[in-house]
Design a protein around this ligand. Sequence first.
Ligand SMILES: Cc1ncc(COP(=O)(O)O)c(C=O)c1O
Length: 363
Amino acid sequence: MTLNEWISSVPVYEPGRPIEEVARELGFDDAAEIKVASNENELGPSPKALDAMAAAAKEMHRYPDGGGFYLKKKLAATLGVKPQNLMLGNGSNELIEFLGHVYLQPGTNLVMSECAFVVYRLVAALFNAEAIAAPMKNFTHDLDAMLAAITPETRLVIVCNPNNPTGTINTPEEIDAFLEKLPDHVLAVFDEAYFELMPAEAQADLLKHVRAGRENIIVLRTFSKAYGLAGLRIGYGVGHEKLISALNHVRQPFNVNAMAQTAALAALDDDHHLAKTREMVFQGLELFAEKFPMIGNGLEFVPSYANFILVKTGNGREVFNDLQKRKVIVRPMNGYGLPDWIRITVGTPEQNQKVLAALEDIL
Ligand SMILES: Cc1ncc(COP(=O)(O)O)c(C=O)c1O
């Protein structure tokens, strides 16, 4: 049996652990824990999406609409682009992998930031390409450093905005300047997984470049975060028609399931749920910013523009374990080279209070 030789060195993604698994391991008889480890929406899916899914359940003997006609039509109208500018994915993670299929091979590289979403590295490794990590400034993408890291072999430069796990952003002005200097041989990938949760004034309109016909940019978004549909796996990319057409060559015929398409369509109609979610996140971030300095000797944190926050607790792995014993699951940050930090998803007010109480207890 002969494997592709590089496959065994591709790291396996370590997801936040399911609540049930942690409960079983620690011997809790209930699963009533707080999982604030994966930046999910703690309000759950939109009630409109739940209703639409219940109604759609009896059609699940049918294959999905492989072209995602209705969802693309609705997204196109909402975003002011054409359906041909849109690509649906089984989560935005799948779209990152598609980009690997289309652009990466041995000898090529992608440029990312040293502390950005780990899947970019995994996808580079999957295609036996190099991931070049540019230094950051103040936990924020240094776009000039990223430009400087580009080589003739660079195919993708990935800007995660807001960035996971730091929650930091680049301003619309910084991004415009970056795009002006970007060489034509490189595709700019803007991962906007948390876009809908940003304050309006921080949201850069990158789709204007797609509308204007620019070829070397793609914007990735997801229904997993603000829309609370992570379990269904659905995201989308917006880019030039030629690029979308290339991505279509590497997908399976039914890569996005029917339930996900139904729920996403309904979720787009639920402005109320989105507004409630944004409000919950803004209030939670404010609460953490107010309380962290009062815990222990004052906890350092990185001001965030997404539904999570990076906080320096010292020995993140140990704090993670201690929190787990108190039925709170967060994410330690060793994997990101930040062993003294943990990342906490903003939850409901009650969840946030419990997280703070558990932290106070430990620290
Ligand atoms: C920055 C970023 N991009 C992409 C994803 C993947 O999202 P999806 O559930 O759409 O695959 C995540 C999920 O945590 C993320 O944080």
